[in-house]
Write a protein that binds this ligand. Sequence first.
Ligand SMILES: Nc1ncnc2c1ncn2[C@@H]1O[C@H](COP(=O)(O)OP(=O)(O)O)[C@@H](O)[C@H]1O
Ligand SMILES: [Mg+2]
Length: 374
Amino acid sequence: MTTVVLAAGGAAWEPSVLATLESARDVEVVRRCVDVAELVAVTSARSPQVAVVAAGLPGLDLDVVRRVASSGAAVLAVGDVTKAQSVGITWTVPPEQVLSAVRSSAATDAEPPREVGSVPTGRLLGVWGPAGAPGRSVVAQALAADAASHGARVVLVDADVQGGVQAQLLGLLDEASGLVAACRDANRGALELDRHVLPVDPGLGLLSGIARADMWSQVRLPALERVLEAVRGGSDVGVVDLGPGLDPGGAGRGPHVVTHHVLEAVDDLVVVGRADPTGIARLVRSLHDLREVPVPPPWVVLNRVRRSVGWDVADLARTVQETSGHAVAAALPDDPGTLDAAARTGRTALRVNRSSSFVRAVRGLTAHGGASRV
Ligand SMILES: Nc1ncnc2c1ncn2[C@@H]1O[C@H](COP(=O)(O)OP(=O)(O)O)[C@@H](O)[C@H]1O
Ligand SMILES: [Mg+2]
């Protein structure tokens, strides 16, 4: 049973979220708080596992959020991502995702230590986004590295069959593609995933991709399915770096078929968009195309947030919300210093500088709802 306090400050979404939480058998709403004073008092007295708050709750500030979090509660905001971030809440969800976020927050805390020898069942997290290099690969790698640094066994799968870059980014100039080799073995019914996963850091391995788009057809779908199952079975988290966009007019042919297939297989999905006007336009189009695919509710992440664009991240997030219907869950800063150094030295951003703004934002992204998903 997951205990939750709700402080919605009379937001329009409150009745529906309350009803959803109350009708969930595995959730107990300990209190519906009318204001921040009650929120602080109740969290300190009852130590709920999760606090769901309106981002615009009057009186909500860093101090309140810290006090709530110090009682052990994961803090989830609903509403304006910028407002939430400004008071130190790093995970914002739209109202319809509150229940799943509550469940996943609780799942990480409550997860018992895995017994040696038991069969692990990992989750697959897809990282996808439009063309135009919004940072799918960088974000996938950072999420994988973050999860591994928290003790998870992680396999980063480079499934961008239009131009995989993970091996290159990590300084592993591998002649053969781990993914193609694994698919070949799976096709023969003789898959030993470990043979194909390259060690990167403690807890983190890479199934390298294919750098040349014309090789995509070597990734056969039934074999790929087996490989993804093996990743799921052999790790706590499989993070899958995906190719750009979908191809709605493509008549089910070409490399997008692979992307489409993986999107259908993942348990969680992060959609990355670049935080500038063209990036947003592409993001919105992709989210539109995504409607045709059965995927979990996507967590939309804006990447490369920078002042010089001349648009506030809040404006960009609002545009995404209004034009796609998807709330922006998180924003990651532009941090070329860290990411260029990472690529130059073949290390993850976390290895290069764990206190950099990019790495900290990724950690924030995974800290509550995200961590359990990742
Ligand atoms: N937050 C960021 N700050 C600075 N540079 C970034 C950031 N995210 C991505 N980049 C850079 O943008 C380029 C494209 O990123 P990449 O992850 O390869 O994009 P994609 O996989 O979407 O094509 C890379 O050079 C990468 O280092
Ligand atoms: Mg990429």
